[in-house]
Design a protein around this ligand. Structure first.
Ligand code: NAI
Ligand code: 15L
Length: 283
């Protein structure tokens, strides 16, 4: 059965004790953060919600709010203290001038890994993005070993984050699953997203697998639902056992009722769609 709305099911603390004591969720005030804070609740006794933006709704049971700018190294160090795993969603999530990306995403991810090293956190789930490989054509099928082809400064920052994850595994044994999220919204907004869509239910499952599968080292996995025309092969991440349950197919009639996209439009050519044509900035 497909999940067609963004509404979260009621989260419940089951009879079994949650597997984590304190889970840090960065970017918790953002689009995915708002959805995940409830869905991840059964996995941790407490979820520490962090963002530079105001947290709404305010903390509920099993939640605590810790405002933090990821660009502030000391603040991130204090943020991570006392946590046993991190789901790192925080940062600039679209293409922007390099200086903005540098602070939130590049310095930010360094600060998160340094704090994890200092405080003994051994598992991170990194919200990477399809924009790490955005310059592949939609006619190409790739796996996690394909050379990266970032489609902008944002994609570059996620590529850097994946390298950071690999380095901190090789040097310090901190394990990460980098999820190259496609398009995680209540429903696909356009034809391109018919391929890239990731339902909230499948995202939640993938994060759970990423947190609790033993021995992931640094795994790169594509985050897409079981869509008809998916471009990504997840065989290199088979050990996660991720089997998406949803498909964009239930939205096909609605999406295909939209005006056609010109064959020369980046949205019809590249996996990264319009991101491949944004910028330059500040000329
Ligand atoms: P979002 O933009 O709604 O949320 C990001 C959050 O990060 C915001 O609440 C923002 O205030 C916070 N943030 C930005 N700069 C910060 C800083 N310097 N310090 C602390 N917090 C800061 O994005 P969304 O859609 O929720 O995505 C979450 C993560 O997943 C992002 O890392 C994004 O790049 C990634 N992602 C999301 C996709 C999607 O389809 N929603 C697709 C691919 C990747
Ligand atoms: C992303 O990385 C963005 O964070 C999200 O807002 C969408 O634009 C998504 O990619 C996408 O490619 O659809």
């Amino acid at each position: 059965m497909s999940e067609t709305t963004g509404a979260a099911p009621a989260a419940q603390h089951s009879e079994a004790a949650p597997r984590l004591s304190r889970l840090l969720l960065t970017g918790a005030a953002g689009g995915l953060g708002k959805v995940l804070r409830e869905r991840l609740q059964p996995m941790a006794r407490v979820i520490r919600l962090s963002d530079v933006a105001e947290m709404a709704p305010a903390a509920g049971p099993h939640e605590e709010v810790a405002p933090c700018n990821l660009a502030d190294k000391k603040a991130v160090d204090a943020l991570v203290a006392g946590c046993d795993a991190i789901v790192h969603l925080g940062g600039v999530s679209v293409e922007r001038p390099f200086e903005e990306i540098l602070e939130a995403n590049i310095r930010g991810v360094f600060h998160v890994y340094e704090a994890a090293r200092r405080h003994g956190v051994k598992r991170i789930v990194f919200a990477s993005s399809n924009h790490v490989i955005g310059f592949y054509k939609q006619s190409e099928h790739i796996d996690a070993h394909a050379a990266r082809r970032p489609d902008g400064y944002y994609g570059l920052s996620k590529s850097f984050g994946e390298d950071m994850a690999q380095f901190y595994y090789d040097r310090y044994g901190i394990e990460t699953v980098s999820i190259r999220i496609g398009s995680s919204f209540p429903e696909p907004a356009n034809r391109r997203m018919m391929s890239t869509w990731l339902s909230y239910r499948d995202l939640t499952t993938l994060i759970e697998k990423s947190l609790f599968t033993p021995g992931v080292k640094h795994t790169v996995v594509y985050g897409a639902s079981a869509n008809r025309d998916v471009w990504w092969d997840n065989s290199a991440a088979a050990h996660l056992g991720f089997a998406p349950q949803d498909s964009s197919e239930v939205f096909r009639d609605k999406v295909e009722a939209q005006p056609p996209v010109a064959p020369t439009d980046p949205n019809a050519i590249y996996q990264g769609g319009a991101f491949t044509a944004q910028g330059p900035f500040g000329d």
